[in-house]
Write a protein that binds this ligand. Structure first.
Ligand code: NAD
Length: 320
């Protein structure tokens, strides 16, 4: 019910504000593995702004599952737009963002049966395929991350684990922009990153810090050279597939509920709303920004649930 309300409000807002529409635009969203994550929600909200073509990348290993679930209607409920139509993904591309070009792919990876049946999945090849299929794009969204040692403390992380996290979670952002720039119309580019930096190990916190800094540098370089805006969303915790696999997402959601200024669970649609705004002409002067969409948790210097504050009169939600 809540999600439907959010979507309908957005639809009203769009019909009353033609300036925020994305008529005829094309977006490529890197990081749509199912209908639970931020990538899916961003795609959904962009389509409400009358986007013309939506191109997505599914998880390479599970691409067949994603495509057949899409075909068999497994995602139909979450594809439903307020006017009753279904969100259409024009094309789904396989992509492994840790490889820039075919020459970089080691033999054992090429022969790995999890990659069998897929081709042209390095960043350069995907950009070339998109160019061939659609000519150009207007919006590029990076909503992906991976770190093989994410559950290890940073102090115990190996060099390989650290570099793998940086490669998949932050260099992939630079690589995507580098390879897509030639086919990007002056437009926008977004990424999501996490705000609970201290809890994620394995180099993941480092990767997210790099993304934050790279957002500013890329905004300058791509703004000057290509008139492209680069922004990042720092989102609060969400029970996505990736987050559930790491293991302590429920704890982080509970922590946010107890300590954030807004005592409610964050929805993926709220992050999608912010992404849609940043991608729209309404945000035409916003670039190089990290926008927090986390119920305000980033603003808290302390955890108010600490026993130290037991006797302090902390404002409580008005439940009436
Ligand atoms: N879930 C959270 O609590 C949360 C909070 C803030 C930010 N984020 C960030 O949001 C982004 C999306 O994550 P999500 O939580 O929505 O989970 P998700 O599982 O929906 O998305 C993660 C995506 O990363 C992709 N991916 C991983 N390694 C890849 C690689 N080498 N090449 C290409 N794609 C690869 C997966 O295929 C998947 O589509 C990530 O950057 C994540 O760190 C998540």
């Amino acid at each position: 019910m809540e999600i439907v309300a959010t979507l309908s409000l957005t639809r009203d807002w769009v019909s009353r504000s033609p300036n925020c529409r994305l008529d005829g635009k094309r977006a490529f969203i890197a990081g749509v593995a199912d209908d639970n994550g931020y990538g899916w929600a961003i795609a959904n909200l962009l389509l409400l702004l009358v986007l013309k073509f939506l191109l997505a990348h599914g998880c390479l290993y599970a691409l067949n599952i994603f495509e057949s679930s899409l075909r068999r209607g497994k995602f139909d409920e979450s594809r439903m737009l307020p006017d009753g139509s279904l969100m259409e993904i024009s094309k789904v591309y396989p992509l492994d963002a840790v490889y820039d070009k075919p020459e970089d792919v080691p033999e054992d990876v090429k022969l790995n049966k999890r990659y069998a049946g897929s081709s042209n999945w390095t960043v350069k090849e995907v950009a070339e395929s998109v160019k061939q299929d659609f000519g150009s794009i207007d919006i590029l969204v990076h909503s992906l991350a991976n770190g093989p040692e994410v559950v290890k403390p940073l102090l115990e992380t190996s060099r390989n684990g650290y570099l793998a996290a940086i490669s998949a979670s932050s260099y992939s952002f630079i690589s995507l922009l580098q390879h897509f720039v030639p086919i990007m119309n002056p437009g926008t580019f977004l990424s999501t990153l996490f705000s609970f930096l201290l809890i994620y190990g394995g180099g993941m916190s480092s990767a997210k810090a790099a993304l934050e800094s790279d957002t500013r540098v890329l905004a300058f370089e791509a703004g000057r050279k290509n008139k492209i805006r680069v922004n990042t969303i720092s989102a609060g915790p969400l029970r996505s597939r990736a987050a559930k696999a790491i293991g302590f997402i429920d704890m982080m959601i509970d922590y946010s509920l107890v300590n954030a200024p807004l005592e409610k669970e964050l929805t993926a649609e709220e992050v999608g709303n912010a992404a849609a705004f940043l991608a729209s002409p309404l945000a035409s002067a916003i670039t190089g920004s990290v926008v927090y969409v986390d119920n305000g948790l980033n603003a808290m210097g302390v955890g108010v649930d600490s026993p130290i504050f037991e006797n302090l009169d902390i404002p409580k939600a008005n439940k009436s």
